[in-house]
Design a protein around this ligand. Structure first.
Ligand code: SAM
Length: 229
């Protein structure tokens, strides 16, 4: 298998979008669209799960900065965004406060010291990785988040009817050879098993149709909330 399918896939996706669309639209479409609305949802989620002013947030697979732009308008935090496509990082940096850091990083670990983050999130990232790759990231997220800190990631699951429809769309796109990247599903018992193996505590799952956070609608993808003991 090619090393890092995701770099090749996302480089091509972003290049194709930039070749055919205005930059702003290309940058939104590259990360799933709804730039402003989805950013507000992600910001509501990180706040709801405990991010406070003065803390350090790491945004794995930050893309073109949906979360960075939204949270930058709402809070005073330290922020590190990590992604594998420079064009996305450049756009994100232009939409975020100047002290936010954005790093191109193409390896399955987090480029940050032990226990240096209060929270690490990965929105719509493990939905595009192999389970082995996600497991390696989770292991390193457990190293980088401080004891008591929170890990959040969104995922797709077969039991959710909306996600099942997305699965069928992926099947069709694969048949037509138009699937731009891997679309991966993760089942809840698998996440629980990974937490057991990695010494992480699974605090909750949020259905994609629920929104326990105030002021924003549901995420659509399911959400896993983990904590480093
Ligand atoms: C669907 S987009 C979501 C971006 C962002 N989290 C958001 O919600 O706006 C997936 C992002 O993950 C990035 N990505 C893919 N594979 C990755 C990897 N192995 N490590 C870090 N980022 C990755 C892609 O470049 C892309 O920006």
């Amino acid at each position: 298998m090619a090393r890092f399918h995701f770099v090749e896939d996302y480089e091509k996706l972003v290049a194709d979008l930039l070749a055919t669309l205005p930059r702003e639209e290309a940058m939104a479409r590259a990360v799933g669209g709804d730039y402003e609305a989805n950013g507000r949802i992600q910001a509501a989620i990180v706040r709801h799960f405990g991010l406070r002013d003065g803390q350090m947030l790491i945004d794995l697979g930050c893309g073109s900065g949906r979360l960075a732009a939204a949270i930058g308008r709402q809070m005073e935090i330290a922020y590190l965004g990590i992604d594998i496509v420079q064009a996305l990082l450049d756009y994100a940096a232009g939409r975020a406060p100047p002290h936010y850091r954005f790093v191109l990083h193409r390896a399955l670990h987090i480029p940050a010291p032990d226990a240096s983050a209060d929270m690490i999130c990965a929105f719509s990232v493990f939905t595009h990785l192999l389970h082995t790759e996600t497991f390696r990231y989770l292991e390193d997220m457990g190293r980088v988040v401080r004891p008591g800190g929170v890990l959040l990631f969104s995922f797709l699951e077969f039991a959710a009817p909306a996600h099942w429809a997305q699965f069928l769309a992926s099947v069709e796109a694969e048949r037509l050879d138009t699937l731009p990247h891997l679309n991966q599903f993760i089942e809840r018992p698998v996440i629980d098993l990974w937490c057991d193996k990695l010494g992480l505590r699974r605090e909750g799952f949020i259905d994609g149709s629920d929104a326990p956070w105030p002021g924003a609608p549901p995420l659509w993808q399911s959400l896993a909330v983990l904590r480093r003991p």
